[in-house]
Design a protein around this ligand. Structure first.
Ligand SMILES: [Zn+2]
Length: 428
């Protein structure tokens, strides 16, 4: 693990701000803590507007029980402490009331993370803790018991969720992936039966080969620098608009005939800088960088389709809901959707993990986007902006269709309308 140099106060502040910005908690709900190397616990305060926290509001509870700070620690401090006592490997705890997981909590269910290989790996073992009064010792022991049994992500009955991790960023990623799985199941259930992955399918994703030889690139051209800047900007925008999540997805942009820039693996997508992107040239990648695990899929698409200039694998919740059900995704909803997306293909599970490049057969000028079974979506574009645009259109089309289904019968645009659109927009 890399050495963490940010002060616990600032780490808590940054994570709280992000959870609030992503609408994964209300101002009054939720508390975060970190156990530092000395055993002190740093935790959000009780009764302070989470939207206006300052670093001095974070409370330090020392191992001898004394506290330092202008407020009392969160009223949920007892369960944070109980988790740390139960699990020496845990150094951070996130608790909140995000709407999808609260929906599960009030139905006494736990989302099945076998929905996506990433969620299954990131969330760890999941569990369910019975209700007890907030702030009580009983709640502390109900929760600690689940963590003692090896759980990492636990739904609290009629309350919310608690996740723990070896660092706060790890716990946040778990929290985000768990909520995303919950949201996708809820959306997917409006479309049909949910498809979950078998052990074998989960294994397929983790065992893929991503080894590339390394090389030391020459000084970067202005074109490469511009491309890095643009890609970072769209990745950040994608995270903010919730089209990308911090632990999943990859984005790349072509630089030359057989070279492109791609997101790194295992790095928070929201905080990527220009130097984090990895240059891939032929069968080599920039030294000291780890390219996204989807690098071979990107390479195969660029090699087969010379017009493609940008590629994104993403997990926007509504479009992803189609990926976990057998429901057909029809773009003949409004002219914009059809003109941008044309005929969206469906890719059987696992094709994108194969090293034979067969994923490239599922996209073309006539099908610039595809739904990947249990793995979100794949979009190609003639520029980074074009790919991003399509991703947004795909997600809003999916959301509109899901919403439409709850109010009536969806009527697709008839063939005559489609022909008229094709000739008006020069689609061959
Ligand atoms: Zn709570």
């Amino acid at each position: 693990m890399t050495r963490q140099l940010t002060h616990p106060r600032d780490e808590i502040m940054q994570t709280m701000e992000r959870i609030y910005r992503y609408r994964m908690t209300t101002t009054s709900g939720g508390n975060l803590s970190i156990r530092d190397e000395s055993g002190d616990i740093w935790i959000t305060p009780a009764r302070v507007d989470k939207g206006n926290l300052t670093r001095n509001d974070i409370i330090n509870v020392r191992s001898d029980g004394t506290t330092e700070g202008p407020h009392p620690p969160s009223s949920e401090f007892p369960f944070h402490q109980a988790i740390y006592e139960a699990r020496p490997d845990v150094q951070a705890v996130v608790h909140a009331h995000p709407v999808a997981l609260v929906a599960f909590s009030i139905c006494r269910q736990t989302p099945d993370t076998r929905l996506f290989h990433q969620a299954h790996t990131v969330c760890g073992q999941t569990g369910f803790a019975p209700y007890a009064l907030p702030g009580s010792r009983q709640l502390g022991s109900n929760i600690a018991e689940r963590f003692k049994a090896g759980c990492d992500s636990v739904i609290l009955e009629n309350h919310g969720v608690v996740v723990a991790g070896e660092s706060l960023s790890h716990a946040f990623q778990r929290f985000e992936a768990f909520e995303f799985a919950g949201k996708t199941i809820i959306k997917g259930r409006q479309l049909g039966n949910i498809r979950y992955l078998t052990d074998e399918q989960l294994e397929q994703a983790t065992s893929r080969d991503v080894a590339l030889e390394s090389f030391s690139p020459r000084p970067a051209s202005a074109v490469e620098k511009e491309c890095r800047r643009q890609l970072c900007e769209f990745i950040r925008r994608g995270c903010r608009q919730r089209l990308l999540i911090s632990t999943e997805g990859s984005f790349s942009a072509r630089l030359g005939e057989d070279s492109f820039l791609i997101t790194p693996t295992q790095q928070d997508r929201e905080s990527l800088g220009v130097s984090d992107l990895v240059l891939v040239q032929g069968n080599q990648r920039e030294a000291d960088r780890k390219a996204s695990r989807a690098v071979f899929a990107h390479q195969a698409i660029y090699r087969m389709h010379p017009n493609v200039q940008a590629i994104v694998f993403a997990h926007p919740v509504n479009a992803t809901a189609f990926s976990v059900t057998d429901s057909t995704f029809d773009t003949r909803t409004i002219p914009e959707s059809y003109v941008f997306l044309r005929d969206v293909q469906r890719v059987p599970y696992g094709v994108q993990y194969q090293t034979d490049g067969s994923i490239a057969n599922f996209v073309s000028d006539a099908s610039p986007a595809a739904i990947l079974e249990n793995d979100g979506v794949l979009i190609t574009g003639s520029s980074v902006l074009d790919a991003f645009d399509r991703l947004e259109v795909l997600e809003s089309t999916a959301e509109a269709v899901i919403n439409a289904r709850s109010i009536g019968d969806v009527s697709a645009m008839p063939d005559a309308v489609i022909s008229e659109l094709r000739s008006a927009f020069g689609i061959v």
